[in-house]
Design a binder for this molecule. Structure first.
Ligand SMILES: Cc1cc2nc3c(=O)[nH]c(=O)nc-3n(C[C@H](O)[C@H](O)[C@H](O)COP(=O)(O)O)c2cc1C
Length: 302
């Protein structure tokens, strides 16, 4: 990772759900492995941690192996991933990952997903019991076992789940919305009405790719995946704008952010924080770079 020890860290003091952050740039869940980065870049990496808060990848109750390969497909200006949320499960996360993530120099947000309200309640209650976890993000891009629709695609289904989950924690509860729905602002309004402290969007857009060869076979082991990166930025900006106009709770905006100017556009659209996802695969220090560029832009327009 590029080191810039002589340059002061970016400073755009930001308050989000009671958390005091150095700047408004965080990571998108599942797109930055802080534990692997520390192993590769060493402990000095912690002094230049690229994000103002760290969002864990999605944790589920049981261990998940993820989808069969191939898991990635490059598209013009983006990629489709069909990783399938592999993770150690709640017990593995609490035992192995949490102690390491708790030592990061920024607040920890743990992202969880379940396919029933009962599963989500158990995950959220377990996170609530951990002092190191400062906020909980619900990934609601998961099919409801009763309807088969993603919980977050349907405001009624999401409201039902949140009525059970909200009382399980006093920590800030962020609902990470799916863009794969008819009216994302309606879903955001349902989340707000049921006590969400913030919403985050966009998750990836459902997409697929055919294998080279012309016989129409799907390339991805999981058949469909989620599209991310610059190709989805305009869609994300439209959805963040619509949601920020609809709800009074803070919004975390993401989708294809690569530069400070993109982050500024999401903030102008009404986001309080922005998240960087796919860009971190190209540039692991993208969070710091984007925050610096944003700070320069804000200074010019002040
Ligand atoms: C490889 C990969 C893994 C992801 N894993 C998760 C995840 O575990 N949980 C989640 O809520 N979102 C996950 N996402 C979605 C991102 O957090 C983000 O919402 C999305 O990629 C849009 O931002 P971007 O265009 O900057 O990547 C993942 C995205 C990618 C590309």
């Amino acid at each position: 990772m590029a080191t810039t020890t002589d340059t002061p860290p970016p400073s755009i003091p930001t308050t989000f759900c009671g958390l005091d952050l150095a700047h408004p740039v965080v990571n998108g869940s599942g797109t930055f492995d802080a534990i692997a980065a520390q192993a590769v870049f060493g402990d000095s990496f912690l002094d230049q941690f690229p994000f103002a808060a760290f969002v864990s990848k999605t944790i589920t109750l049981a261990v998940r192996d993820g989808n069969p390969p191939p898991r990635l497909w490059e598209t013009p200006s983006g990629m489709i991933n069909s990783i399938g949320l592999p993770n150690k499960g709640l017990a593995g996360y609490l035992e192995h990952d949490l102690p390491k993530l708790a030592a990061l120099p920024v607040p920890l947000i743990t992202n969880v997903m379940g396919s029933t309200a009962a599963e989500l309640c158990e995950l959220v209650a377990a996170c609530d019991a951990q002092d190191a976890i400062r906020a909980i993000e619900l990934n609601v891009s998961c099919p409801n076992v009763k309807t088969g629709l993603d919980i977050g695609a349907d405001p009624v289904s999401l409201a039902e789940v949140l009525r059970a989950v909200r009382p399980q924690t006093t920590k800030p509860l962020i609902v990470k919305l799916t863009p794969n729905t008819a009216d994302v602002a309606l879903v955001a309004a349902a989340a707000e009405a049921e006590g969400a402290d913030a919403v985050a969007l966009v998750n990836t857009l459902r997409a697929t790719a055919q294998a080279p060869g012309g016989d129409g076979r799907p390339w991805l082991g999981g058949v469909t995946g989620g599209m991310s990166g610059p190709a989805i930025r305009a869609v994300a900006l439209a959805q963040v704008t619509a949601v920020a106009q609809r709800v009074a709770i803070p919004v975390i905006g993401m989708g294809g952010i690569q530069r400070g100017e993109h982050a500024a556009q999401f903030l102008r659209a009404g986001a309080t924080l922005v998240a960087v996802g796919t860009e971190s695969f190209r540039d692991p220090a993208a969070g710091t770079r984007i925050a610096r560029e944003l700070q320069r832009l804000l200074a010019q327009t002040a």
